[in-house]
Design a protein around this ligand. Structure first.
Ligand code: ASN
Ligand code: ZN
Length: 335
């Protein structure tokens, strides 16, 4: 794998550069803390790197998911942890009481247990762990503003790489993946399969209590709203679906070509932090051309953005919201 890490010379210790067959691979430095249903972070340490599993599923799921995410970024892109320089990975489980979310707070991961009525334990989905840690990767790379279209791109990048962590951990090709975020997270009785779907945005749930998955898949359904930081978890469906379409067209392991192109954009140092969908689409086309030339990869990326209504030939006016914001009826925007 080509090393596309972005660390400056001299910033590498204690890790050797990940050159296959030459130097020992860096390992994760994981610490899992128990929040004991409080809001104090990080809380007492319950598991450290290399220590045995404990009799608490949330702790072991968090530990394993952090490891899967670390291995994914290292093996797929030569990236050493969230910051590219071996940042230790800390997570707190059992945060708050019935807390219905997980998040990256700028320094560490935090997981709620879920309320058991709408959501279950947030450590149970490796793609959610990958999603939250990717917020850290974005913080240390493109640093996309968490507002409006750049915020939806920030969310989308977390969904894309969150799903890729799962696909990598399971060894799945694009056609075998579920392309879901939060598969198995919904509590028993909730009508739905997950929080979001990259393959079919807007179809993840349809439930009396949770409402209907409000995500658009294309610009025709773009939601103009002030809620959710300008719809960051809503309009992310559009770039999510573009990634899915590109990956599906290329086939094989989605992290290898489609994922590499998205990773090149995220970490390439040229994407402005206030990038909109059109700027991101152009950047992915440029990255595809730069890495693979004018072939199938470029065509797949361009066709994907065209299908979702972003990019060449799509007028700026069609980026304005056309949908009724009252469609946003779900009470929560978790993960
Ligand atoms: N779980 C949510 C997310 O990562 C937390 C948030 O709203 N930022 O997007
Ligand atoms: Zn997120």
């Amino acid at each position: 794998m080509p090393c596309t890490g972005s660390s400056a010379p001299g910033a590498v210790p204690p890790y050797p550069r990940p050159r296959p067959g030459r130097a020992p691979e860096p390992t994760a430095r994981r610490t899992v803390h128990d929040g004991h249903h409080q809001h104090t972070l990080p809380g007492p340490v319950v598991r450290t790197e290399g220590s045995a599993p404990v009799a608490d599923q949330a702790v072991d799921h968090a530990y394993d998911g952090l490891g899967d995410t670390f291995a994914f970024y290292l093996d797929a892109y030569g990236r050493r942890s969230v910051d590219g320089r071996g940042l230790p990975l800390d997570a707190t489980v059992h945060y708050g009481v019935h807390y219905d979310n997980a998040f990256w707070n700028g320094r560490q991961m935090v997981f709620g247990d879920g309320d058991g009525t709408l959501f279950q334990d947030f450590t149970g989905c490796v793609e959610i762990i990958g999603h939250e840690l990717t917020h850290g990767v974005t913080q240390y790379s493109a640093n996309l503003d968490y507002q409006g279209q750049s915020g939806a791109l920030n969310e989308s990048v977390s969904d894309v790489f969150g799903s890729l962590v799962k696909q990598y951990a399971l060894g799945q090709t694009a056609d075998r993946a579920d392309w879901l975020i939060g598969a198995g997270l919904l509590a028993p009785g909730v009508q739905g399969v997950a929080l979001r779907s990259l393959k079919a945005p807007g179809t993840a749930y349809h439930d009396a209590r949770l409402g209907t998955d409000p995500q658009p898949a294309t610009m025709a359904g773009y939601l103009d709203t002030e809620a959710d930081n300008g719809g960051v978890h809503l309009n992310s469906g559009i770039p999510n679906h573009a990634f899915y379409l590109a990956a599906e067209a290329l086939g094989g392991h989605a992290w290898e070509r489609a994922g590499q192109i998205w990773y090149d954009v995220l970490t390439g140092g040229r994407l402005p932090s206030d990038a909109d969908f059109a700027a991101f689409a152009t950047a992915t086309a440029d990255a595809a051309r730069a890495r693979y030339g004018p072939g199938a990869e470029l065509r797949a990326v361009q066709a994907a953005w065209t299908t979702v209504g972003v990019g060449a030939g799509v007028g700026a006016e069609s980026t304005a919201g056309t949908s009724d914001a009252t469609r946003i009826n779900a009470p929560l925007r978790p993960a």
